[in-house]
Design a protein around this ligand. Structure first.
Ligand code: HEC
Length: 125
């Protein structure tokens, strides 16, 4: 009897721990919808390049393609075929949204800016 009670208590404690872990992970990964206006004009120089400067140039410089350094990035992306329409299937968007090397590097907001910029024609604006 005592043994059974002990077992029940163990199960209860386990359930509480699982629930706590579940709630805290919800907290950590809670989805907050990105607020990026798809109808606004997104500019390469002021909206996109700063994302590369902060998140990408440590790896993507003169050695690793595409070269995302200021002044080099636009040509590297267009000539390399990284920005194609529709943006959703472009290599650039694919890399930042589904490659495990890149997933944590851009926020949802940054991803959307890049996506909309590509969909608006990937202009060097
Ligand atoms: C920690 C180093 C690192 C950072 C930072 C990084 N990358 Fe990469 N990137 C890689 C590696 C390694 C590869 C090749 C392996 C792969 O395809 O995942 C790669 C591949 C790519 C490719 C595909 C290249 C090809 O020839 O197909 C693109 C596009 C790209 N990265 C874009 C970005 C962008 C945009 C950022 C910033 C948001 C970024 N990367 C940040 C390491 C990095």
């Amino acid at each position: 009897m005592n043994h059974k009670l002990k077992r029940i208590r163990q199960i209860f404690v386990a359930l509480v721990l699982i629930a706590a872990a579940g709630f805290s992970s919800c907290e950590k990964y809670s989805y907050s919808p990105a607020s990026v206006d798809p109808t606004a004009t997104w500019h390469f120089k002021t909206d996109i390049q700063p994302i590369f400067n902060t998140n990408c140039v440590t790896c993507h410089g003169s050695i690793r393609s595409p070269d995302l350094r200021e002044g080099k990035s636009y040509l590297a992306l267009t000539k390399g075929g990284f920005v194609t329409l529709p943006g959703l299937t472009s290599k650039l968007y694919h890399q930042i949204s589904s490659s495990s090397d890149h997933i944590p590097r851009t926020t949802d907001t940054e991803k959307l800016k890049i996506l909309y910029w590509i969909n608006q024609g990937a202009i060097n604006n």
